[in-house]
Design a protein around this ligand. Structure first.
Ligand code: BGP
Length: 458
């Protein structure tokens, strides 16, 4: 083995409730914003496929956990669906039974459950009161989180408050790819702020439980920002993109405060969020134990070519432009640049500027269309995915050698699953799923990853 990872490195994969469970309106689950959006605007979804049509983990989780075991997983991330566990604010017994079943099955198979509380799936009932725009929803979320700790905390020792909290901000309030799909920067700022208040409140409640074996964190999609040149205007543009898209969550989550420069920009443009007395202390005193890093792509930034229209409403991108770096490597299916070193740059940044906080790669992966093209002898020969994972892992390994505190790697995702808007267009799984028969089959990458996990390296 040339690239050996530290003992007990976490090898596994990540999923989310809406994307794998199915049973979207069964056994007492209430609607979330995805069920609703699909119902009202099915044309927005690729092939008009909505969240009811997933890989049916709800009924097949026992079989799926065996498949995880077969490829050497020692850990696995799922999310709990708020609208399933507490439809209309009350605990749903059938949901408790389901999540207990999953958690126990994982533990019985020596796979540690990593449980995320919120993965883009706001219950519709709360969205009708403004969702994260409304501070009262933060309190409802806290009650839900406390319920989860109480129900499952005896067995679940890794908790996460949010997956990619910036995505509902960008998608729902800036760029129109999540419900409520409005464009309103003031609301976007408020939503971003409230999710971090929610993060802190839930961490505070978690700490009261005083379980020394348990940890809580947040999962952020960090997109390292690279300036086109060392020209001061490019540097400045890149720095502002970093402030908006990374540090607006990373700093409050890990350091317990917002960057002064971010506050200054928002203030200058009249975009500061509404706050409450005591918020500063709340944020300061309730930072995460661990950080999940979702890494897919970097952000290539240059200064604006033209002065922005001073009358246009505030948008973060009035401060910078993105550009396509010549010679960049692309995943053409998803339209994302592949830049493996980015994962190392993120980890080094955490080491140097964020107290070397304990972290792990909570998502990294490659979405590809029509993978049946690559079937040989009955198996998808996804060499491209193996290469993708391997090249990223090499940089993770280097970060480990340079004393970064990174503890694991989870692929997005375990099996092909439904994705927001794109439905089944791009497939990411170790296992393919036949949507008609629900049959799961390991791709070549699954077998390769099994060896990596069992050898703790490659
Ligand atoms: C992340 C999300 C996942 C997943 C993944 C792949 O942003 O946390 O839920 O979907 O990206 O992205 P996509 O499915 O949009 O191609």
């Amino acid at each position: 083995v040339e690239y050996k990872f530290p003992a007990n490195f976490w090898w596994g994969s990540a999923t989310s409730a809406t994307q794998i469970e199915g049973a979207a309106e069964k056994d007492g689950k209430a609607k979330n914003i995805w069920d609703y959006w699909y119902e009202t605007e099915p044309n927005r979804f690729f092939d008009q496929v909505g969240p009811a049509r997933t890989s049916d983990f709800y009924q097949r989780y026992k079989e799926d956990i065996q498949l995880m075991k077969q490829i050497g997983h020692n850990s696995f991330r799922l999310s709990i669906s708020w609208s399933r566990l507490m439809p209309n604010g009350q605990m749903n017994e059938q949901a408790v039974e389901f999540y207990n079943g999953v958690i126990n099955e994982l533990i019985d198979n020596d796979i540690e459950p990593f449980v995320n509380l919120f993965h883009f799936d706001m219950p519709l009932a709360y969205q009708q009161f403004g969702g994260w725009e409304n501070r009262e929803v933060v309190d409802s979320y806290q009650s839900y989180a406390e319920m989860c700790f109480k129900l499952f905390g005896d067995r679940v020792k890794k908790w996460f408050t949010f997956n990619e909290p910036i995505v509902p901000v960008e998608g729902g309030y800036l760029y129109d790819f999540h419900y409520p799909n409005i464009v309103d920067a003031q609301k976007a700022v408020q939503v971003a702020y409230h999710t971090m208040i929610a993060n802190a409140k839930v961490i505070k409640a978690f700490r009261k439980l005083n379980d020394p074996h348990s940890q809580i964190g947040i999962i952020l999609n960090l997109t390292p920002s690279y300036p086109r040149s060392s020209n001061p205007t490019d540097l400045r543009a890149s720095k502002i993109a970093d402030l908006f898209f990374n540090r607006s969550f990373l700093d409050p989550a890990v350091l317990g405060e917002y960057p002064d420069e971010l506050i200054a920009i928002l203030k200058e443009h009249g975009q500061l969020p509404q706050t409450k007395q005591g918020d500063k202390e709340l944020l300061k005193n309730n930072t995460v134990d661990i950080l999940g890093i979702n890494y897919y792509q970097p952000r290539r930034v240059k200064a604006k070519e033209y002065l922005p229209n001073p009358y246009a409403p505030f948008m973060p991108d009035m401060f910078f432009d993105l550009y396509e770096m010549p010679g960049r490597k692309m995943n053409p299916h998803r339209g994302w640049e592949i830049y493996e070193k980015g994962i190392y740059d993120i980890l080094m940044n955490l080491k140097e500027n964020y107290g070397n906080i304990s972290s792990f790669i909570s998502e990294n992966g490659m979405g590809v269309q029509n993978e049946e093209r690559f079937i040989k002898e009955g198996q998808i020969q996804d060499e491209y995915r193996i290469e993708f994972i391997r090249e990223h892992l090499k940089w993770v390994h280097r970060a480990v050698q340079e004393k970064c505190n990174v503890k694991g790697y989870h692929l997005w995702t375990f099996m092909d699953n439904w994705s927001w808007m794109n439905a089944y267009k791009n497939r990411y799984g170790f296992y393919s799923v036949d949507l008609n028969t629900m049959e799961r089959k390991p791709k070549k990458s699954a077998e390769w990853f099994k060896e990596v996990s069992l050898n703790n390296g490659f």
